[in-house]
Design a protein around this ligand. Structure first.
Ligand SMILES: Nc1ncnc2c1ncn2[C@@H]1O[C@H](COP(=O)(O)OP(=O)(O)OP(=O)(O)O)[C@@H](O)[C@H]1O
Ligand SMILES: [Mg+2]
Length: 213
């Protein structure tokens, strides 16, 4: 069974972004979306991850046509089954790193995995307010927050954008290990070709909205 299936998906805002996109991801499969700034990578990720209904086409998660579900069912999928790592990480600044991670596990009743916190190297800052952390530390807290709830599909929009190459590599490896551990799927937005080549599939969005790769 495919975890994520995209059929004939097109979307435009002021100009067409992408047209007639098709792909599917099964257990343990990963795909990179590449393309220059403004080509529609984040938009495509939002379409695939329940956040934006496309102008045309079907998005299926676990074989369910998500944009034809009742709101409650859609919210349940968003809460339980998928994890979204945003390009700009939305953490609650007045809360500590730990509290931010706890918030996501509250909804799914999972416990925070200490090993994950250590691997992401945020143990030292876990009780600090998020507003006091560096951009890269905040990015790792937001990744911990997403993985802590144990979703089956991970959507990651430039998850290593704020990180130095060494830390970026470690964080990416954590994401790949996670996917293989839970037999999940990963959709990774990146402009880094080296990173993209670690994924099984690659889709390149070009500026005029036509698909190249
Ligand atoms: N909600 C919106 N309403 C109108 N236009 C939008 C909206 N969201 C995105 N756009 C436009 O769609 C285009 C693609 O945006 P998107 O954020 O998907 O690009 P991107 O490939 O992720 O770029 P980057 O690499 O800079 O993150 C941009 O021109 C953007 O201004
Ligand atoms: Mg983007």
């Amino acid at each position: 069974m495919s975890l994520l299936e995209i059929k004939n998906v097109s979307h435009s805002f002021d100009y067409p972004l992408f047209d007639n996109i098709n792909f599917s991801l099964s257990e343990q499969e990963t795909m990179a979306i590449t393309g220059i700034s403004g080509s529609g990578k984040s938009t495509l990720m939002h379409v695939c991850s329940t956040l934006l209904k496309p102008n045309k086409g079907i998005v299926k998660i676990f074989d369910k046509d998500i944009y034809n579900l009742a709101d409650k069912q859609l919210i349940n999928i968003r809460r339980q089954d998928i994890g979204i790592i945003f390009q700009t990480h939305y953490l609650f600044r007045g809360f500590t790193a730990n509290e931010n991670i706890e918030l996501s596990t509250l909804m799914t009743k999972n416990v925070i995995n200490d090993e994950l916190i250590e691997k992401l190297k945020i143990k030292k800052v876990i009780n600090q307010k998020v507003g006091e952390l560096s951009g890269g530390q905040q990015q790792r807290v937001s990744i911990a927050r997403v993985l802590a709830k144990k979703p089956k599909i991970i959507f990651a929009d430039e998850p290593t954008g704020n990180l130095d190459p060494t830390t970026a590599n470690e964080v990416i490896n954590i994401l790949f290990e996670y996917i293989s551990e839970v037999k999940g799927a990963l959709l990774l937005v990146t402009h880094d070709d080296k990173l993209a080549s670690k994924c099984k599939y690659k889709k390149n969005l070009s500026v005029n909205g036509l698909i190249g790769g």
